[in-house]
Design a protein around this ligand. Structure first.
Ligand code: AMP
Length: 224
């Protein structure tokens, strides 16, 4: 049993961070936290902050560091994170990574491994535009109408909720999200490479059972 494992999932949108992160969280018995999910939950509430966040998401831009750090760190101080966490989509900037290290250091913790999922932009576009998501916050299962369709079209296999296409999963917003990703990813990847905790996995969306395979590969790596 691995205790106090802090795992970062890096990678462009659509590389499978969410799916692999959820599988790993089940395997390791630690909580999976997605910064995108945190922000979407504020958007749903439609307060002033939610409306501001929504504008960034729909433009394919990052939520400004100060706000992103404040909201994610608040979540990281909750009780269920004590045993460890899979952080999906956070940090996204070097500033966030430095702040995260500082927060963890105060609790005598550190990031164990930063998993970097890599996939070509063409495959990302193919994957994301066909992605369907379960909006049930307790479930959040992710499907792909070509590679991983639900048994009944448009319905979540796990909880029966009607699946949605995320508003930012359209080609226009996606192009901006990829542009944003390429602008900032190198610095972040180097940040973890320099700490010698970067683990890169090349994703192949055309092979079967990819996310399961990747989660198993990472689990084996962690156990070594
Ligand atoms: P995701 O669900 O990870 O694809 O994130 C969806 C959107 O939420 C992104 O395109 C950003 O607008 C925002 N977002 C998610 N994580 C972060 C982060 N760590 N920093 C800033 N913005 C973020």
């Amino acid at each position: 049993m691995i205790f106090l494992m802090i795992i970062i999932m890096l990678g462009a949108p659509g590389t499978g961070k969410g799916t692999v992160g959820k599988l790993l969280s089940e395997k390791l018995g630690i909580v999976h936290i997605s910064s995108g999910e945190i922000f979407r939950s504020y958007v749903k509430k439609q307060g002033e902050m939610g409306k501001e966040i929504e504008r960034y998401i729909l433009e394919g831009k990052l939520v400004p560091d100060a706000l992103a750090i404040q909201l994610v760190e608040k979540r990281l101080c909750e009780k269920d994170v004590e045993k460890g966490v899979i952080l999906d989509g956070y940090p996204r900037t070097v500033k966030q990574a430095i702040e995260l290290d500082e927060l963890l250091a105060k609790q005598n913790k550190k990031v164990e491994i930063a998993v970097n999922l890599s996939l070509s932009d063409n495959d990302i576009i193919e994957r994301i535009t066909k992605r369907r998501t379960c909006p049930n916050p307790e479930c959040r299962e992710i499907y792909n109408i070509e590679f991983k369709p639900p048994k009944v079209s448009g319905i979540c296999d796990k909880c029966g909720t009607k699946l949605i296409q995320r508003e930012d999963d359209n080609e226009e917003t996606l192009k901006n999200r990829l542009k944003t990703y390429h602008e900032i990813s190198e610095g972040l990847i180097n940040f973890y490479k320099n700490k010698d905790i970067l683990y890169t996995v090349k994703v192949n969306i055309h092979s079967e059972n990819t996310s399961q395979d990747i989660a198993e590969e990472i689990e084996e790596y962690l156990e070594k």
